[in-house]
Write a protein that binds this ligand. Structure first.
Ligand code: FMN
Length: 187
């Protein structure tokens, strides 16, 4: 049976290097895994008054897609040593949805930036922001890619075999976590 992974980009930019990385991961998915590429366009700013009137449809739809997936893959830039506001905002909304769409779900993180640190600082802050969600965030291998501008060719395709190998190895770890989740659920 094919497992589904909802891939969320933390960038809204049309030419986003992180969305390109997410697309590259989707193309490198192991047999039996399908990764859907999604952005967070359309999610409004969190507002408790809006929540009281009813969850926005964009949030409900996103939560349903997460709940229906076997796992989540977040690929995000680093902004000011942290996670982009759009991503934190989406996590804030999703943390208010009942039942919790992330509960027990394997979740992997990747990111790339033009500088040397490859989103490392963002990734540890993202792990912190995800604690309350009860997602099972993978610890290894970490995919923190510096030199983002050199990773892709003119057509936007991943052009670095070492990076492809690292992505494959994280996706294999995600596949193993999905299998373990199903084993525990059916036990
Ligand atoms: C508001 C803002 C803050 C940024 N802060 C960082 C940062 O802290 N660390 C870093 O490596 N790059 C930082 N950058 C550069 C981004 O890594 C770079 O613009 C990247 O291409 C954005 O990701 P995207 O291509 O997926 O949209 C920042 C960019 C913006 C717009």
């Amino acid at each position: 049976m094919t497992s589904t992974v909802l891939g969320l980009s933390g960038s809204l930019r049309g030419e986003s290097l992180n969305t390109k990385l997410l697309c590259a991961a989707a193309a490198l998915a192991p047999a039996g895994m399908a990764i859907e590429v999604t952005t967070l366009h359309g999610v409004p700013l969190y507002d408790g008054d809006v929540e009281v009137q009813g969850m926005p449809e964009s949030v409900t739809t996103l939560a349903e897609r997460i709940a229906a997936a076997d796992a989540v893959l977040i690929v995000s830039p680093e902004y000011n040593y942290s996670l982009p506001g759009v991503l934190k905002n989406a996590i804030d909304w999703l943390s208010r949805v009942k039942p919790n769409p992330f509960a027990g779900k394997p979740l992997a993180i990747m990111g790339t930036s033009p500088g040397r640190f490859g989103t490392a600082r963002m990734q540890y802050q993202l792990r912190h922001a995800l604690l309350f969600t009860d997602a099972r965030v993978l610890t290894k291998p970490e995919v923190m890619l510096g030199g983002a501008g050199q990773l892709f060719d003119a057509a936007g395709n991943l052009a670095d075999e070492r990076t492809a190998k690292l992505i494959r190895s994280q996706l294999d770890a995600l596949a193993a976590a999905i299998a373990e989740m199903h084993r525990v659920k059916s036990a």
